[in-house]
Design a protein around this ligand. Structure first.
Ligand SMILES: [Zn+2]
Length: 443
């Protein structure tokens, strides 16, 4: 294994361990068979896998755990102020425009819709939320926007100095004088046309040591189609073709590149959907308590988090969680549960955290969005990730393929191994807090 070849990281968002298959994903299957194949990859708890990938450290060390946490001092969305209604209105218009473009026939309309969305989002970011953040405020109710902050993408894009909370692979690359082309979330990710356009831009720039790309249909689409073999097949075929085209683009210009394809987490079909919001607000109103004053709450698809002003408020929530609709569908996480999963104990993430059982979805929530399709139908997530569970459906996978990479099977690994593996391939030091182990041997 000789480091020093250019390395291309391709994030396959939510590409589950068992998706790899000779019929559905022939190209990725072939690469896995020829190279080093991590067959099951345990992910980090929560929704901030990007930080885990580039620091090699768990949320307990990076404090990046869920997308949002309680921090009124540093509430990046508070600055929206009077512009909040403008932002919401513009987002509504954008969705309407995208729907209209979606009705046009063929691929052109789809690419057009994506481009229109990206253009309007960029304009909004510049004029409506100047210098605030690259993160989006999700579905957080406007009156609560000033109470929460975001963990990832708060200041600049992922590779920017100081963007990640602890030493990252990008810090190690800068220290070694290496250059990189970063085309992943939040600057660029999407379906094939977006990723391949980014790859062409990256290859037209001066040669770099490290490239990052990000296919996200496997997350975005499968949330709404579910994970059954029949419904996921078309999405997987598309991502597999995209991966093949990306490799071809590189082969022509950078023939000695090493690729790391990373399925960063899995996806689990939703079996039960529970509405916690309405009964909770009803319960609070009857008790004469005000949400936002005595109790603050945040719902993120698989978790319900609470903060309390007083003991009465805490007692009421404990009672609420012991009765339908919550009872029998989840559990309150203990300090031991959080520590065992590598999650932080900081109360900013919740003074009390209730985790939904595998396959239970909290809906509505402040995080994953329900969408309206071209036909005016409501598109709701029917598959989800972010469960406190080590069920096989929560696992991702990885493939390393390139000159000198041995043909090898790794039965199980963690997302924290990606940073040391990339560092080894690049010939730089691992990020300071990385605790994983490389999947490839040293020189
Ligand atoms: Zn997702």
């Amino acid at each position: 294994m000789k480091p020093g070849h250019p390395v291309v990281l391709v994030i396959l968002d939510a590409f589950r361990a068992d998706y790899l298959d000779p019929q559905d994903t022939p190209e990725l299957f072939r690469l896995a068979a020829e190279g080093t194949h991590v067959r099951a990859l345990a992910t980090s708890p929560g929704f901030t896998q990007k930080t885990a990938i580039f620091t090699g450290a768990p949320p307990s060390e990076t404090e990046c755990f869920l997308m949002f946490h309680h921090d009124p001092e540093d509430a990046v969305f508070r600055d929206l102020g009077w512009r909040a209604p403008l932002w919401e209105g513009a987002e509504g218009l954008l969705r309407g425009l995208a729907r209209r473009l979606d009705r046009l026939p063929g691929r052109l309309s789809r690419a057009g819709a994506i481009r229109a969305r990206a253009a309007v989002a960029a304009t909004l970011a510049r004029y409506v939320r100047p210098g605030v953040t690259l993160a989006t405020p999700g579905n957080i109710p406007r009156r609560l926007l000033g109470r929460f902050s975001t963990s990832e993408d708060k200041r600049g894009s992922t590779p920017d100095p100081g963007s990640l909370p602890v030493d990252s692979l990008f810090d190690r690359l800068r220290a070694a004088g290496f250059s990189y082309e970063y085309h992943a979330h939040p600057v660029a990710c999407g379906p094939n046309e977006v990723v391949l356009a980014a790859a062409r831009r990256a290859l037209a720039a001066p040669p770099a040591e490290f490239y990052v790309f990000h296919f996200n249909q496997t997350d975005n689409e499968i949330h709404f189609t579910g994970t059954s073999r029949e419904t996921r097949r078309a999405v997987l075929a598309s991502v597999d073709r995209g991966a093949a085209e990306l490799i071809q683009l590189f082969r022509a210009r950078v023939p000695d590149a090493t690729f790391l394809f990373l399925g960063d987490h899995g996806m689990t079909d939703v079996k039960v959907r529970i509405d916690l919001m309405r009964p909770l607000l009803g319960r609070l109103a009857r008790a004469g308590l005000a949400a936002g004053r005595e109790i603050l709450y945040f719902l993120d698809s698989t978790l319900a988090r609470f903060w309390f002003r007083n003991e009465r408020a805490r007692a009421l929530v404990l009672e609420f969680l012991n009765e339908p609709p919550a009872a029998g569908h989840g559990r309150i996480l203990s300090a031991e549960d959080l520590a065992a999963a590598g999650a932080p104990l900081d109360p900013r993430h919740g003074e009390l955290i209730w985790a939904a059982d595998l396959g239970v979805l909290i809906s509505p929530c402040f995080f994953h969005v329900e969408e309206t399709t071209a036909g005016g139908l409501l598109r709701r997530p029917i598959a989800m990730h972010g469960y406190f569970s080590d069920d096989p459906t929560t696992r991702g996978m990885a493939i390393v393929h390139g000159p000198g990479v041995p043909r090898r099977r790794v039965e199980s690994a963690t997302i924290y191994d990606a940073a040391p593996t990339l560092a080894r391939l690049l010939g730089v030091e691992s990020p300071a807090r990385s605790r994983g182990r490389s999947w490839v041997d040293g020189p």
